[in-house]
Design a protein around this ligand. Structure first.
Ligand code: NI
Length: 257
C-alpha cells in the first residue's frame, strides 16, 4: 500500500473532517502516514494523532520559519517526544530563504542543533530546504549528515543537486509538484534518481496534484503522483507503490514494530 511520508493532519484545514478522512485512508490504499510537525503547537497535536491512529506515525521538529520559538526547554520537549515508540523522524527542519522569517544565522544554528538531536535519538531527519541549496548542503556536510540519514522533502532543486544528496545516502520526497505543467526540473530529477531512493509525500494540506491543484491536498490524491512517476520512469504503478513503500519502511521503521 502507499506509504505517505509527509502530511500535516494537525492543520486547521482538517478541523471539519479530520477523523472521517483519516478513517477512510486504509480502505483507499493509503497504508501508513507520517504526520510531520512544523510549529510549536503542532508537536502536541502530532503526538495526539500518533496515539489515536495505529497507522499514523510522528515526526518532531521545528520548521525554519518557526525557530524563533526554539529554546532549550523546547529542545528538551523534542527530545522527550522523539523517545516515543511511534516517533520515526526529526522534522521538519532545515533552511528557508524564500520566506526568510528568521535570520540565516538563527536558522542555521537551530538546524544544526536539530540535526544533532536526530543523531542523539537515532532517528532520520526530514529536511525542508527552499532557496537555500548551498547552505543546506554545507551545513549537512559539516554535521556529517550521511551518518544520520533522511529525506529531502518536496525536492525542488536541480538534478546536479539531487546527485549530491543521493551521494550522502539521502532519499528524495516527491509530491504533487511533479504533476504540475511547469515542473520540468523535478521530472528530470525523478527520471535520473533510482526508484529505491524516492519517497511518496503530499505535504497536505498544501501542494495538491493536478487535477486538484490549488485545492486542499490529502493523502487520497497520492495515486496522481504515483501515476506521474510511473509514466516518467516507464514502469507500472504497482511497482512505484511497492518500491517506495519498502523505501519508507527501510528509512523510518527500522526500530518501530
Ligand atoms: Ni511540510
Amino acid at each position: 500500500m502507499i506509504f505517505e511520508t509527509h502530511a500535516h493532519y494537525d492543520d486547521e484545514a482538517f478541523d471539519e473532517d479530520r477523523a472521517s478522512l483519516l478513517c477512510s485512508m486504509q480502505e483507499n490504499g493509503i497504508g501508513r502516514i507520517i504526520n510531520v510537525s512544523a510549529s510549536l503547537e503542532s508537536l502536541a497535536r502530532t503526538s495526539e494523532l500518533m496515539e489515536s491512529y495505529p497507522f499514523l506515525y510522528g515526526a518532531f521538529g521545528l520548521h525554519p520559519d518557526e525557530v524563533g520559538d526554539l529554546n532549550e526547554a523546547v529542545m528538551e520537549q523534542l527530545y522527550m517526544r522523539c523517545q516515543k515508540e511511534k516517533a520515526v523522524a526529526v522534522g521538519e527542519i532545515g533552511l528557508d530563504y524564500y520566506w526568510d522569517k528568521e535570520s540565516h544565522d538563527q536558522q542555521i544554528y537551530w538546524f544544526r542543533r536539530q540535526l544533532n538531536l536526530a543523531r542523539e535519538v537515532h532517528l532520520p531527519v526530514i529536511i525542508h530546504s527552499r532557496d537555500a541549496a548551498a547552505d543546506t548542503l554545507r551545513v549537512m556536510r559539516e554535521e556529517k549528515s550521511e551518518e544520520i540519514g533522511g529525506v529531502i522533502h518536496c525536492f525542488s532543486y536541480s538534478r546536479e543537486m539531487a546527485e549530491q544528496y543521493l551521494a550522502m545516502g539521502f532519499y528524495l520526497g516527491i509530491g504533487g509538484v511533479v504533476t504540475f505543467k511547469n515542473a520540468r526540473k523535478i521530472r528530470e530529477v525523478v527520471e535520473a534518481a533510482p526508484l529505491d531512493r524516492l519517497l511518496l509525500e503530499t505535504d497536505s494540506p498544501y501542494l495538491a496534484p493536478v487535477p486538484y491543484r490549488g485545492k486542499r491536498n490529502c493523502s487520497l490524491y497520492l495515486p496522481y503522483v504515483v501515476e506521474k512517476i510511473a509514466e516518467i520512469k516507464g514502469i507500472c504503478e504497482e511497482e512505484v507503490i511497492a518500491v517506495t513503500e519498502k523505501n519508507a519502511e527501510r528509512l523510518f521503521l527500522k526500530e518501530v514494530k
